[in-house]
Ligand binder design. Structure first.
Ligand code: THG
Length: 277
């Protein structure tokens, strides 16, 4: 499972405050803690903390990279603005890879946005990957078929540009459950995953913003981890998630084992932690 750690996001109060006060320690502690917990990537999202999003993205990237011990966990630059991603890429060390998160297929104000992300990924090196949302100029689809149709257009566009599907993460977009009429969405998303995994061979990766599903809800961790287990059986091989939630990480380990991705042993939880360090 490719885990993208969610905590360095200006949406969180402590991170927002750290950005405003230029408090490097808060950010560096989160980078180190999430790395120790087994993160494959650290998501970096400036949120709404500062007017200067480009400068904030650069400050976050530089702060993380200069963490004690030199944090070398690859970053996931998270913005729907190509200029903010480009700013981050200017100062990043992408040797170990980088994720460009997250572009829609197209936007009313930017028909070519996916092309721009593909171009930036190509410039960032052969290990650079993209997370593309099943979203277009009409917004976020609510049904299975539109999600799959947009995913197909994303895969087609990548192929036309010679961008390997294995460098592509498709995100069918998880919305909060606690919204009127939203309870049909998890089922629609799972059904979309069943089709997205067969759009190409080898297939694109499939990822989601897992914590979206429980925003505003009770029993958040329980909802997150049950949906994660369900989604993993429908082809999810990546998630932007709270890697500091140990119960969630145990579900990842057990699901990988049940999906035959990790060999069974009585100590499979311990082994998973060691292997993914
Ligand atoms: N897809 C992709 N990228 C994404 C998302 C996605 N990036 C951002 C987001 N969605 C995933 N990350 C988070 C991070 C935090 C929360 C949800 C998703 C979250 N935050 C608390 C809240 O809103 O209740 C913050 C509260 C606090 O300050 O503690 O739930 O879908 N590609």
């Amino acid at each position: 499972m490719i885990l993208i750690a969610e905590r360095i996001n200006g949406m969180f109060k402590d991170v927002k405050q750290a950005i405003q006060e230029k408090n490097r320690k808060v950010i560096q502690d989160l980078a180190n803690k999430q790395t120790d917990a087994g993160a494959s990537y650290l998501d970096v999202n400036v949120g709404t903390a500062a007017a200067d999003q480009e400068g904030t993205m650069q400050w976050l990237v530089e702060t993380i990279q200069s963490a004690k011990g030199g944090c070398s966990t690859p970053l996931s630059l998270d913005s729907q603005k190509p200029n903010v991603i480009a700013a981050g890429l200017k100062v990043i060390n992408a040797e170990n890879g980088v994720l460009l998160n997250s572009t829609p297929l197209n936007k009313k104000t930017d028909e070519e946005i996916l092309d721009k992300y593909i171009e930036m990924a190509n410039q960032a090196g052969p290990k650079a990957c993209i997370i593309a949302l099943t979203m277009d100029k009409n917004g976020v689809p609510q049904d299975t078929d539109t999600r799959v149709a947009i995913a197909a257009d994303i895969v087609t566009k990548a192929m036309e540009k010679g961008f390997d599907a294995q460098r592509l993460f498709i995100d069918p977009i998880v919305l909060p459950l606690k919204v009127p009429n939203a309870q049909v969405q998890p089922g629609n998303i799972l059904a979309a995953m069943d089709q997205i995994r067969f759009l190409s061979d080898p297939p694109p990766h499939i990822t989601v913003g897992l914590s979206n599903i429980s925003q505003g809800a009770a029993e958040r961790s329980l909802i997150n981890r049950v949906f994660l287990a369900m989604a993993m059986s429908h082809g999810l091989d990546s998630a932007i998630a709270d890697v500091l939630d140990e119960d969630l990480m145990n579900v990842v380990a057990a699901s990988d084992m049940l999906m035959n991705k990790q060999i069974y042993s009585d100590s499979f939880l311990k082994v998973y932690k060691t292997v993914n360090k």
